[in-house]
Design a protein. Structure first.
Lengths: 135, 149
């Protein structure tokens, strides 16, 4: 399911532009404790596989007017990949499109744009990626 | 055909489970204090490991619980909504803010006074967000309507 949403600088980013790579579509928010607690795992996976055809696109369910909180959390947790949000909290258009009823939540999308796994938490993420990228 | 049917059942049942996921249950009661004074009790019971947040939890963390009462010309609200329960205050290193939360059980208590001897109801909604260590759920609004007698 393609979508377009703005990054932290207001530039439109579409999921389709990531075709050709494995993409982790990650739903989170700066105010969400369990999401923040999960971030170190996601950072670890990103650093290990970012040069092997893997990347991350994070969608934030931050609240209206909370651009700074969103930015601060990205910097604090060292999330160096692409981030998008419409700052509409749980009414985030992409979250609605993907039927998100709890966060964190993620989807692993293959280079053709097909969802091949979901809700990869903790070691499951690195385990799944190690199977996709054996070397 | 059979395969298709199994899929349909699987999808429908997944929907049931998601729908049933409601870690908070509420009871709404009124206690008569004197002829014209009542104590309204909005009582939340939480499943193990779930948290609900104080009305006063600082900005930047989870969404505070809020209670709103429908206007009723026969009633006066006395003071604010008090919280009765064990508030857990912890500094959330990840946000850099204090989080005020409740586990297991909390009561939101409001005193109301009748302007005259009349039978009436007090209605409104309580809005709250829940998290456990694994996830946060979208805020939910639960309506209440309590008769005062």
């Amino acid at each position: 399911m393609n979508f377009t949403q703005n990054d932290t600088l207001g530039n439109a980013v579409s999921l389709a532009s990531f075709k050709g790579k494995y993409v982790l579509l990650d739903f989170w928010a700066s105010w969400c404790g369990p999401c923040r607690a999960e971030n170190p795992n996601v950072v670890k996976a990103y650093n290990k596989y970012k040069d092997k055809g893997f990347t991350i696109l994070s969608v934030s369910l931050d609240q209206p007017g909370k651009h700074q909180a969103w930015m601060d959390a990205i910097h604090k947790d060292g999330l160096t990949w692409t981030h998008v949000s419409d700052l509409k909290f749980w009414d985030n258009e992409v979250a609605k499109q993907y039927g998100i009823r709890a966060i964190p939540q993620n989807f692993l999308i293959d280079p053709e744009g097909k969802i091949i796994a979901k809700d990869l938490r903790g070691d499951e993420l690195t385990k799944t990626l190690s199977e996709l990228f054996p070397n | 055909m059979m395969k298709k049917l199994i899929w349909v059942i699987a999808i429908v049942c997944t929907a049931c489970i998601v729908h049933a996921q409601d870690p908070a249950s509420w009871t709404f009661t009124a206690k008569k204090i004197d002829a014209k004074t009542f104590e309204i009790n909005l009582s939340a019971t939480l499943d193990d490991d779930w948290h609900l947040y104080s009305q006063t939890t600082p900005d930047g963390g989870p969404v505070p619980t809020s209670v709103s009462f429908a206007k009723n010309p026969l009633l006066v609200l006395e003071g604010k909504v008090k919280e009765v329960g064990t508030m857990e205050k912890h500094f959330e290193k990840l946000f850099g803010v204090q989080v005020f939360q409740y586990s297991e059980k909390v009561d939101f208590v409001q005193t109301v006074k009748l302007k005259a001897n009349a039978k009436t109801n007090i209605s409104g909604t309580v809005e709250f967000m829940l998290c456990n260590d694994e996830m946060c759920l979208p805020p939910k609004k639960v309506p209440f309507n309590i008769s005062l007698k």
